[in-house]
Design a protein. Structure first.
Length: 402
């Protein structure tokens, strides 16, 4: 390749890839200097300059002059001895290919970082490209890949596990994931951890906000801000609890999230590979909130201790195991959802009578909503919410049935 052709090719590449052409030439000069020092077997360091107009290449050996600095041992004055070989263009062309490829890769990673670093917390849909025992590579779009890590944290304590235990992925499978990190390819930490060869984008299938984003897709009221998700407690792959509140007085937030015949929450459950999702109504009253969080168990009484932040819950004897849940899962999720320490006792243990009235909202995903709420206000307008299972009224107007 002639020197004029080389410089034209560098200009064209810089324009196409939107790379600063002076930066590109400087990188090529530094790479050529190292190559010529080895090829010419120079005793001292080399310096290469490329004429920005003609593309002509000059190679100089930097011969030190005088005495080295007594403190650093380095020379400060050099004589540039011209050692330009006859076949300088051929060697330059060989180096240019490697340098250009490296710069293009770096520019691509930097472009991905600049675009996606502002999208942490966003939901993205991708296609599984390949899987290893430690991570799965997901294609978000052409030229953009993400890493879903699922390292064995006993062997790799510094790595992540963002895959639910019940999930396995196949080639070309489509997945919805949450962006949790975008690595800076130029950071010193990335270099030390050897992450520069890995995808910059890290995604998760275990993060609680994945459920939040899925509900925003399925429930227009959440997307519009009419219904708000106040808290999420999740054990990925097994069960989750979601507390919601309505900012419109006559809108049932739980019914909006569950949807007609459970259609909305069912879409979320299917995307989470049948992870059970309980939707409960948030309340600013701590006792009511704790009571709702223990759904589907019936609660007789809740005592709140503000000083110790403990909630003592009394349940009928036949509801004790349901309130605690398998291996304590229901109570554990309720405590994480509400932020209260929950102590559950049976009625017989607490010396209280059993309360048979079910004052909780049971939000099983498969419950069928029979129809529209029958409540009619003073102006003759019928409630637009869906009725609760086995009831003629929604959660807001359920007292009208009594």
């Amino acid at each position: 390749m002639a020197t004029s052709e080389l410089i034209e090719a560098l200009h064209a590449l810089a324009h196409e890839r939107k790379i600063d052409e002076f930066y590109l030439i400087e990188r090529l000069e530094a790479s050529l200097a190292k190559s010529y020092q080895n090829i010419l077997d120079l005793e001292w360091d080399a310096r290469v300059t490329i004429d920005r107009n003609t593309g002509k290449i000059y190679v100089y050996e930097l011969v030190p002059q005088g005495e080295p600095d007594p403190e650093t041992g380095e020379y400060t004055d050099f004589e540039e001895r011209d050692v330009t070989p006859d076949d300088v263009s051929r060697i330059a062309a060989q180096n240019a290919k490697g340098v250009i490829n490296a710069i293009v890769r770096e520019a691509g990673r930097q472009s991905i970082y600049e675009e996606f670093s502002q999208r942490v917390g966003d939901l993205v849909t991708g296609t599984v490209l390949q899987g290893t025992p430690d991570f799965t590579i997901i294609k978000i779009r052409d030229g953009v890949e993400a890493e879903l890590p699922h390292y064995d944290q006993k062997r790799f304590p510094d790595e992540r596990n963002e895959r639910p235990a019940n999930e396995r992925y196949r080639h070309n499978q489509r997945l919805k994931t949450l962006i949790i990190e975008v690595r800076n390819p130029n950071s010193e930490e990335s270099r030390q951890r050897g992450e520069q060869a890995r995808p910059s984008i890290v995604v998760s299938r275990t993060h609680p906000d994945l459920i939040r984003r899925l509900f925003e897709i399925e429930v227009p009221e959440i997307y519009d801000g009419v219904v708000e998700i106040k808290s999420i407690a999740r054990e990925p792959g097994a069960r989750s609890k979601v507390a919601v509140v309505s900012h419109e007085n006559h809108l049932d937030p739980v019914g909006a999230c569950v949807g007609p015949k459970g259609s909305r929450v069912r879409m979320v459950v299917e995307e989470l590979r049948n992870e059970r999702v309980d939707v409960i109504q948030w309340s600013d009253d701590a006792a009511t909130y704790v009571r709702n969080a223990l759904s589907p168990a019936r609660v007789s009484h809740v005592d709140i201790d503000e000083e110790t932040h403990y909630a003592t819950v009394i349940v009928p004897d036949d509801q004790l195991s349901l309130a605690i849940g398998k291996e304590g899962q229901n109570a554990r999720l309720a405590a994480r959802l509400t932020g209260w320490h929950i102590d559950i006792k049976s009625s017989s243990f607490a010396g209280e009578p059993v309360v048979s009235e079910n004052i909780l909202i049971d939000e099983e995903p498969d419950d069928a909503v029979s129809g529209q709420c029958e409540f009619i206000d003073e102006e003759g307008v019928r409630c637009r919410n869906h009725a609760r299972p086995n009831s003629r009224f929604c959660g807001i107007h359920s007292q009208a049935e009594k």
